[in-house]
Every structure is written in C-alpha cells, then in structure tokens.
Design a protein around this ligand. Structure first.
Ligand code: EPZ
Length: 419
C-alpha cells in the first residue's frame, strides 16, 4: 500500500489539465453493451475503477483494447450475463451493467454492490424502475437476478434523485418497447454526456440534464466515436486547493457550467475567479472567509466536493456549517482533519468547522475516495510533514494527482510501503 507524503504550507501556482470524468466514463463504458459495431472512446481517465469496469465488460464478451486515454470496444460474440462479487465488491458502479445486460440479453445476474464507507448505498430505485419496465427481479445469495423477455416503456418516478439509478434506467429504456419517462431524474452533467453518446449511436432521448427525460425504444444502437467530458470533481478539487494562501491555478479544459455552485461559493470565500476559453483561473484571497454549504443533487453543491471544501474551511476566517444531505456517513475525513489540529464538531449530518490560522502536518489515513482528496488539500495547507496512508482510495478517482500537484509547486511524493 502506497503513502503520499506532503511537506505543506507552500503556494500552488500554474496550470493543471483536467482528466476525463470517471463518473461519465463508467456509465459510457457500461453503455457499450448496448451497441453493435465498433466503439471508439477518448479522454478515458486511467483509474482503478476504469480497470474494474473493463474487467467486468471483458467477462461479458466485449473485446477492449486501450492505449493511453483511448479505448476501442466491440463485441466478441460471447454473451455472458454475470457481474461477479469479486469485481463488484471493489466498485459499486458495477451496478451500471444491470440495465444494459437486461435490455440486450434478456437476463442479468449482478452481485449486490453492498455499502461502502460513506453509506448503505441501496439500489432499490434501480430495481423498482426495471420492474416497472416488465423485468422479473429476485435478490438472493447476494446477487440481483433479473429477467425480461421484452422490456416495455414505462413512466418512472424517482422518490429520491439517483445518478446511477437514472443512468441504469436511461440505458435500459433505449431498448424498451415504447416510450419511457424518467421523472425526478438526476440532472448531473455526466448524465448529459451519457445521453449524448447514446444519441450519437442512434438512441432517441430528450430532456437529459432536466428532471424529465423521455426515451423512445427499441432503437438498434451502432458504435460511435466519443470523447468523455472533463472531470468536474477533479477540477473542483484543484479549484479549492487554489484558494490556499498565495496560490493561483488555471484549471484547464473544464466547462464552467458544470461547477456553478462551487464557483459562487469560492467567490463568497473571497477567491478571484476568471473564466476564459482556456478554463477557470482561481486566485486565492488574502484571507479565506468561512462560508456554509448544503450538499444537494446537481445543480446544487456537489456532495463529492464536500470533504475538499471542509479542508479549506479548517483554515478559513470564522465558522462554517457544512450539511451533508446526500449520504449518511460522509464525514469520515473529520477525525483525520482533527488529528491535524482542525476544530470540527459533528452533529448528525452537520459539521461545524471553526477556522484556524494553521493546520499541523501529521500521519493520517484515507478512508474513501473524496476524503483522500480532502486530506491532500489539508496536507498542502499544513505546516510540516503529512503522511497519508491507504492512498489506493485516491487512485480510484484521481489520475496522477501527486504529479499534477508537484507541477504546481507542491512538495508531494508517493512512496511504496512494503507491509
Ligand atoms: C453517484 O453515486 C456517484 N457515483 C457518486 O460519486 C456521487 O457521490 C453520487 O452519485 C451523488 O452525486 C457515480 O456516478 C459512479 P445516488 P450513486 O444514487 O449513483 C440514495 C465518487 O466519489 N439511493 O445519486 O450511487 C442513496 O443512498 C462517487 O465519485 C437510494 O436510496 O448515488 C443516496 O443517499 C461517490 N436508492 C442518494 O440516493 C437507490 O436505489 C443519492 O445516491 C439509489 C440511491
């Protein structure tokens, strides 16, 4: 298991090129199960989760060749329908193969993803939607087993906004007979990217990015060439780091409309933000002002940026109230920040952060993907040496993060740890 070691309290200056979005690439890869012919995908980030999805798809009969950030995908004739526990337990997003498998092969056996550090992560909305489309679903021995001779269009209302729930049903609906309406659908930019790629393959989808998506089916989908959108969460992570004292970072190749809530919040904290065709430039304020956040589905403040924003608030002026409204246990980073001297009190789904002049470097442990990014930002802010263990969490969602920060002037390195 590797460690990341940071000698903090240095300004970050320069430009960073944002990688392709993990949470767009994963559903887009799953969607290749729906297509006939060759898919060519570009701007695919080289991440552990992508490797897991590729292994899953190869096990289902897709031939996948990749080089750098490109991939070619086509069927090799075998039509496996099982997503095994060994792979699914390492990546919850494996559930995204359920809709496409069922739609194309009439059956699917997918291991229940199980919970993770941030919450129980149920999939009841995915299953309810597929049943509404005519699927027979049973859950036993830790697997979801679904069968459907023919999916039919349905009107589906999401009791709770669900990103992968919307994606799973959107993909299945392209092969359902008739019209499917997804109401209270998630509006995340990654859903628009998935829908646009499916339309490029011949799907009939309207309303992606709004809370009402309409899909006509069944439509045979050809292959296409698609470049995955840039990762707004990686970009937001660097924009938050750019607010550390005396820092200025140009975050290149990102769509500002994907980060509106964060841009507004960082400007309230005193950052100077300039948007240009090159990307978003963030200049740190002399003093970071404390501000409150409430996480919410897009276009609200992204839950995937909550931990990173909390790291910034630990060295801001004043107090910040951070409410996590999406996941029930997404404050695992608090204990580690407190080890660095942060003043944080957690009550239920709220955390009160009293800003300090300085954090102090310490040995800390990553607990989940976005918590790891929070700890990197805290290490960059802290006086002295911070050692972050269990960095395999960060490798699931950030491509070469220490290289990107080193290029911005950080004293950061990754070391291999034997035990
Ligand atoms: C996606 O997870 C993202 N993952 C998450 O990013 C992100 O945090 C989350 O959306 C919210 O934006 C991918 O896209 C691969 P949800 P997802 O279904 O789809 C409840 C990261 O760091 N719910 O939108 O699993 C659920 O418990 C990851 O990259 C149900 O109750 O999240 C949660 O409280 C972490 N029943 C809320 O809805 C369901 O069937 C939102 O979950 C589904 C969800």
């Amino acid at each position: 298991m590797d460690k990341i070691i940071i000698d903090g309290n240095r300004p970050l200056k320069g430009k960073v090129k944002i990688s392709g979005a993990k949470n767009a690439a994963l559903p887009i890869l799953a969607a290749t199960l729906l297509t006939h012919g060759k898919m060519e995908l570009h701007n695919i980030p080289q991440l552990a989760d992508i490797k897991t999805m590729v292994a899953l798809l190869k096990g289902m009969g897709l031939k996948i060749s990749s080089w750098a950030n490109k991939m070619k995908v086509q069927s090799n004739g075998y039509a496996g329908t099982t997503a095994p526990y060994e792979l699914v337990k390492t990546m919850r997003a494996s559930i995204l193969v359920l809709g496409p498998l069922l739609a194309m092969r009439g059956k699917a056996k997918v291991s229940l993803p199980g919970g993770c550090a941030i919450g129980a992560r149920p999939i009841d909305l995915h299953l309810k939607g597929l049943e509404a489309m005519g699927a027979k679903i049973k859950v036993e021995h830790g697997y979801v087993e679904a069968e459907a001779r023919k999916l039919k269009g349905a009107k589906i209302y999401f009791d709770q906004v669900s990103v992968t729930g919307t994606e799973n049903l959107l993909m299945a609906a392209t092969q359902a007979h008739g019209t499917t309406l997804l109401e209270n659908a998630a509006r995340e930019p990654e859903i628009i990217d998935l829908a646009n790629m499916l339309v490029a393959c011949g799907a009939k989808i309207s309303g992606a990015g709004t809370s009402l998506i309409q899909i006509e089916g069944p439509t045979p989908l050809t292959g296409c060439k698609w470049s995955v959108m840039p990762d707004r969460i990686e970009a937001g992570t660097f924009m938050i780091a750019a607010c550390l004292p005396k820092s200025q970072i140009m975050v290149q190749g990102i769509h500002p409309e994907d980060l509106e809530a964060l841009i507004v919040k960082l400007e309230e904290c005193g950052a100077k933000i300039e948007i240009s065709s090159e990307g978003i430039q963030v200049k740190a304020p002399k003093k970071i002002k404390s501000r409150d956040i409430n996480t919410a589905p897009f276009p609200g403040f992204a839950t995937d940026l909550q931990a990173q924003f909390m790291a910034l608030m630990t060295v801001a002026e004043g107090s910040s109230l951070i409410r996590e409204n999406i996941f029930e246990n997404r404050f695992m980073h608090v204990g580690e920040l407190v080890r660095m001297g942060a003043d944080i009190k957690v009550e239920g789904n709220s955390a009160i952060v009293r800003g300090l002049k300085q954090l102090s470097g310490a040995p800390i442990m990553a607990t989940d993907l976005r918590a790891s990014a929070c700890l990197v930002i805290a290490g960059l802010a802290a006086e002295g040496i911070t050692e972050i263990s269990r960095v395999y969490h960060i490798d699931r969602g950030y491509e070469k993060i220490e290289k990107k920060f080193r290029k911005l002037g950080a004293k950061i390195k990754r070391v291999k740890v034997k035990y």
